[in-house]
Ligand binder design. Structure first.
Ligand SMILES: [Mg+2]
Length: 234
């Protein structure tokens, strides 16, 4: 029997909190390229790394060509610095309630293909998950470097699984688990099942619920119920 669900996890605010080092390294990389400029406040939640760099540079007055020219260099330097910092600061990463347990169950569940759908670039994602000793569970995923627009990632994930595993998942067979309105909304165009989790920071529960996720959990600690939400027929 082939698997019935493709389950895609967001990372920050859903599986773990990475602590301050990631944002420090991101802002440090920006400061490396733009040493004399003040950075505008841009919300990081639910966005890809490259999108955050784009939005900051646009708010600083750079034109599209300048943004295109610099965004990958900023993100590459951020990841390089973050990976070095993570080797001595992995204790800053905290796994959110229930995340480890549900991931361990899903990783061996015969009905499930497990993956990531995250705005982190691939190397940054795996560095964070390695700090939490969870990286080995995620052999596939779509990342912020596959496309800077998170809303393009669900279709890319479906296509990736088809080309790598020969499995075609459609509609509610695809499950996206995340903590922001962008996690709930990014798969709507292809009719995915969304599971919103209330462990994000600065994400009001009412805002999240207003987006009509298929399921909402305060956190992932009730493994049985989360598993049921993933597997039940919709
Ligand atoms: Mg998140």
């Amino acid at each position: 029997m082939s698997p019935k669900r493709l389950v895609l996890f967001d990372i920050d605010g859903t599986i773990l909190w990475g602590g301050p080092l990631w944002k420090e390294c991101f802002l440090g990389a920006m400061a490396h390229f733009f040493p004399d400029l003040e950075f505008p406040k841009v919300s990081f939640g639910g966005k890809t790394d490259i999108q955050i760099a784009r939005e900051m540079m646009a708010a600083m007055g750079f034109n599209e060509a300048q943004v295109e020219d610099h965004m990958h260099r900023v993100v590459d330097l951020y990841v390089e610095r973050a990976c070095v910092a993570a080797s001595t600061r992995s204790h800053e990463v905290s796994v959110l309630p229930g995340a480890k347990e549900i991931i361990e169950q899903l990783a061996v569940h015969p009905d499930v293909v497990l993956g990531l759908l995250t705005g982190n670039v691939r190397k940054g994602a795996h560095a964070k998950l390695s700090c939490a000793k969870l990286a080995h569970h995620f052999k596939l995923g779509v990342y912020g470097d596959d496309h800077w627009d998170r809303y393009r990632l669900p279709q890319l994930a479906v296509d990736l699984v088809q080309s790598e595993l020969g499995l075609r998942f459609t509609g509610k067979q695809v499950v996206i688990i995340g903590d922001t309105i962008h996690d709930v909304n990014c798969g709507k165009a292809i009719g995915v099942r969304s599971i919103a989790v209330g462990t994000g920071r600065n994400v009001p529960t009412e805002e999240l619920l207003k987006q009509n996720p298929d399921f909402y959990f305060r956190d992932l600690s009730n493994t049985f119920e989360v598993l049921q939400a993933i597997l039940e027929e919709l």
